[in-house]
Every structure is written in C-alpha cells, then in structure tokens.
Write a protein that binds this ligand. Sequence first.
Ligand code: 1GP
Length: 236
Amino acid sequence: MRQMIKSWRHVFKLDPDRELGEAELEAICLSGTDAVLVGGSTGVTYQNTAALLSRVRRYELPCALEVSDLEAAVPGFDLYLIPMVLNTSDTAWLHGHHRRAIERYGSLIPWELLLTEGYIVLNGDSSVARLTGADSSLSGEAAAAYAQIADKLMSLPIVYLEYSGAFGDMETVRTVREMVEISQLFYGGGITGEPEAEQAAALCDTVVVGNIIYRDVQAALLTVQAVKNTPQIRLE
Ligand code: 1GP
C-alpha cells in the first residue's frame, strides 16, 4: 500500500456530505488525478460514504477512504487512511477512537489496506481543528517537530499538513519539508487555482484538493496539471 501512494502527486478529496453532479464527478475522475480520497469532518455517514464509493467505482482510478468516523467505515475501498492528530491534547483523536474501532471491529479490519497519517492541523478556523481541539498556533519549527515525531519516532507512512479551507504558510511547509525524510508529505488546504497548486507541489509529495471542487470545478480541474508539471524542490 505504501507503494500505491508513492506515485500520488495529486489527489481530489470528495466529501460524502456534499452534493456533486454526475458531470462534475466524471470530470474529476477523468481529470488525470492520481486518486480520489473520500473524507470529511462532519456529516459523514455509512450511507453517504457507500453511495459516493459506488459512484466513484464507475471509473478506474484508486479510491481511498479517510476514516474519520467509526460509523462510516465502509468496506470496498482500495485503501484506508487513518488520521492520528499529533497536535492535539485530546488523545481521542490520537488513538482513542482507534482503540474503540479495534475493540469493535477486531478481526474484520483489513490491516493490509490501512495506512496511518500523522496529521498536523494548522488552520485554527477549520472544522477539523475545532472538532479535534488541535493547537494550530504552531511555529514552523514546532510543526516540523511534530512531523519528525511521525517520520522518525513513529515511522508513519504519511505526514499530512492540513490547512483545510485556507492556503497554508509556505515557510512552515518548507521548514517541515526540510525535516521529513521517509514519510510521504501530504499537503491540503485552500488550493483554488494553479499558483497555489504549484507552490504546494514544489514542496510536498502529494497535494490534496478539496473545497474548490464544490465551488468551481473548472478551477479544480486546472490544479491537476499544475501539480503534475511542477517538479519538487530538492532541499539540502
Ligand atoms: C481537506 O486537506 C483537504 O481535508 C483539502 O483542503 O478543502 O481546503 O482544499 P481544501
């Protein structure tokens, strides 16, 4: 599974709790993006997640579920991404919900399809920050220290810089980039067009585009080639 995500440069994140027309979904799935990631912070249910999976399944690209609610763990995805929020003092979001899930589902869990994301939530105004009680007022160095917990102490496959809803501070992203060696570095938040897509793509391994899909699908589509045409900066 680590191998599967290695090639992901661009990912669209679809929210099961939001409406997306057939034509728009088709355009997203045929856009050349590397994968669809299904996930959201609120209003995610078993029903709306299963419904979105079956719609995306008409296309050939990989479809992953970012599991944020125990009730919405739908079987049939290619891959399951499991967030562990590193910058919260509420341990429910670090491993509490995870423990409950393991107690409840135990042997039903397809471990070979799971990858853990070390989440660093950096936009204090986002739903995910409010939900998880994340301390988003981090310096670049503090964010990079969290990233190293994921990368070096916990050997997590993914470090996810989550600015959901707002474009991030690229200096912070750069500071994190300098410190992450093994984990795949995901960036998400506030990408609404090519300039932001290019900046994030230069510094990160994988760029996640969400919200703009629901506001301006044409603008969202342009981010695919913007990311793919941007080489990653090699920092010494
Ligand atoms: C959200 O990181 C993703 O979880 C993408 O962020 O919705 O702001 O594009 P946006």
